[in-house]
Design a protein around this ligand. Structure first.
Ligand code: HEC
Ligand code: HEC
Ligand code: HEC
Length: 144
């Protein structure tokens, strides 16, 4: 005779184990990145001008390419002025332009990059914005 109870219990355990990676990820997958734009420089902009250099959707999709183009323009052609699609001029600088507005790298760039598991290697050469946590560390080190 088959032991129906045992077979069913076995099946339930088996399905549980096989699908574990799916449901154990549910919580993580639901936590979408939430990049913050509440930096001092952005908050000082008049509400109508509280925008990125290009429309938000374009920035989400193309910011890596824009940064590449900026680097090529500066390093190869010595051109430092970017004129946006709305006719505004910007300084083609990661540090002096992007990170001036987005001075909260951890709560902005890293928020998405950690989620997407990308680690741009830019910060070995380019200087990251100084954030509060870092300042706290520096003062701890100075005091000790
Ligand atoms: C003048 C200030 C300013 C500068 C300079 C600037 N940004 Fe932005 N950025 C913003 C604001 C404000 C938003 C939010 C736009 C919105 O909600 O419509 C934004 C949005 C974005 C987004 C989309 C964020 C999201 O929530 O999906 C990305 C990505 C981004 N910026 C990257 C960059 C990069 C890379 C640079 C330099 C090439 C840059 N920004 C330069 C102010 C700036
Ligand atoms: C709305 C989410 C979001 C925000 C905000 C954001 N990024 Fe990204 N970034 C991504 C994603 C997703 C990728 C990977 C895209 C791909 O691989 O096609 C990426 C890739 C990049 C890359 C290319 C890295 C590589 O190894 O190919 C650079 C450089 C970069 N981001 C710079 C920045 C900087 C600087 C900021 C902050 C000013 C920023 N990003 C903010 C989502 C974001
Ligand atoms: C090996 C060192 C190094 C790395 C890594 C690096 N850069 Fe640069 N980058 C430079 C140097 C040097 C310049 C030239 C600076 C100048 O002429 O003002 C430059 C210039 C630039 C410029 C234009 C000028 C400026 O002030 O920003 C951009 C934009 C830029 N890099 C983006 C990036 C991005 C995005 C990454 C990461 C994907 C990156 N770089 C990684 C060394 C580096």
């Amino acid at each position: 005779m088959y032991d129906g109870g045992k077979i069913i219990t076995g099946l339930v355990v088996f399905i549980g184990l096989v699908t574990f990676p799916l449901w154990s990820n549910v919580g993580k997958a639901a936590k979408k990145p939430d990049p913050k734009i509440d930096t001092p420089v952005i908050q000082q902009l008049p509400e109508k001008e509280r925008k990125c250099i290009e429309p938000k959707a374009l920035m989400q999709a193309e910011h890596m390419k824009i940064l590449n183009d900026w680097r090529d323009a500066v390093v190869r052609d010595g051109n430092r002025i970017y004129v946006s699609s709305s006719g505004k001029s910007f300084n083609m600088s990661l540090q002096k332009e992007c990170m001036n507005c987005h001075s909260n790298k951890k709560k902005f760039c890293d928020e998405c990059h950690n989620y997407a598991d990308v680690k741009p290697y830019c910060w070995t050469c380019h200087i990251e914005p100084k954030e509060k946590e870092k300042v706290a560390w520096a003062s701890i080190e100075e005091n000790s």
